[in-house]
Design a protein around this ligand. Structure first.
Ligand code: XIL
Length: 342
């Protein structure tokens, strides 16, 4: 094939991509990135860069991947993703500075005094956030701090099975936002959580938390609603009052980890399920485009071959926009159609 034909073919596929279809400049369309695939699979790299104008590391920014000892860090993979995002003109989310599941073993097992933990955490946040100053479109400063099923009276509502809560008490959240802000005063700082999309016990606690932070003038700018959903939950419309109350606090918001998992039969989704999934994706994105304050819509994986769902929820899958062979699904077409609207 001559090079002009090749570039014509490339251009045609580029024209049809999600990021090229997108009308709204104020909302990024993104995916979580599997660093192994990014490193070793050129077709994966091409798809991520062609389809999305934002990305987030699925795991590479988590503490256990970066934080090797009290003052020892390994930024090899985070640097790699920052460079990839820059090379391809993509926004990058930083996920996540603090997460109860991200704590490195040396810290969990190290029997450090609380004051020492506080100091090394401050240093970690300072080092990480200032390294990528002005290169991260939003930092998930704290991820999943709210408990799922606990009496909210005492903590209030914070999960107590967290190293951070147990070591530093509830103040760790406000401190983390202050430290991140000091390291990059321009950065958008987010609180991120799951099953807080619609009004209910969990989102009420998230709302109360971020409201308290705002009232205390803690620098928080947005809330990430993860958006891990099951086919049939159909929660999109019920999100509207929830995001409106966040916006009323002066916050922006994003859907940060969308996937809509399908119960598989013999390992496959039916056409009918894929079509319902497409409608549910479209509605979710329509809420983002239709409500004020939404600045991003990110899916938790570029294709069904790169999804955490089959590993974490056996029997479920087919939850993303491309299938396991990287071909487009009805959900992809539906999302692209909505992106083409203003
Ligand atoms: C998940 C990753 O997808 C998995 O690869 C990893 O083993 C565990 O974490 N909420 C989050 C994400 O905030 O960081 C989680 O990612 C999925 C749920």
């Amino acid at each position: 094939m001559s090079s002009s034909i090749l570039s014509a073919v490339e251009n045609r596929s580029t024209e049809l991509s999600l990021r090229n279809a997108k009308k709204r400049r104020d909302i990024v369309i993104g995916t979580a990135v599997d660093m192994t695939a990014l490193r070793y699979q050129s077709n994966y790299r091409q798809i991520v860069a062609r389809e999305f104008d934002a990305c987030v590391a699925e795991n590479a920014f988590k503490q256990y991947e970066v934080w090797m000892g009290p003052e020892t860090y390994d930024f090899t993979e985070t640097d790699r993703l920052v460079e990839f995002a820059q090379d391809n003109n993509m926004a990058l989310r930083g996920h996540t500075l603090i997460w109860h599941q991200g704590v490195p073993q040396w810290l969990l097992k190290g029997r450090f005094a609380p004051e020492a933990v506080k100091q090394v955490l401050q240093q970690y946040i300072h080092t990480f956030v200032s390294r990528y100053r002005s290169q991260i479109c939003a930092w998930d400063v704290v991820n999943e701090a709210i408990a799922d099923d606990m009496d909210p009276q005492d903590t209030p509502g914070l999960r107590t099975d967290s190293f951070w809560y147990q070591t530093l008490g509830p103040d760790y959240i406000a401190l983390a936002f202050q430290w991140a802000h000091a390291a990059d005063p321009q950065a958008k700082l987010y609180y991120n959580d799951y099953e807080a999309e619609v009004i209910g016990r969990k989102s009420d606690l998230v709302y109360a938390l971020v409201k308290r932070l705002r009232e205390q003038s803690i620098p928080i700018h947005g809330v990430g609603l993860q958006g891990h959903m099951e086919l049939g939950w159909n929660r999109a419309q019920a999100m509207r009052p929830n995001v409106r109350r966040l916006v009323a606090l002066g916050l922006e918001w994003q859907i940060t980890e969308a996937d809509i998992r399908i119960p598989l039969q013999d390992g496959e989704a039916t056409q009918e399920q894929l079509e319902r999934q497409a409608n549910e994706y479209a509605e979710l994105l329509e809420v983002c485009q239709g409500e004020r304050g939404c600045t991003g819509f990110l899916v938790w994986g570029a294709s069904d071959a790169h999804s955490w769902i089959p590993g974490f929820r056996p029997g479920w899958g087919a939850s993303l926009l491309l299938d396991g062979k990287l071909s487009t699904k009805p959900a992809y077409e539906a999302v692209r159609t909505v992106l083409q609207q203003d």
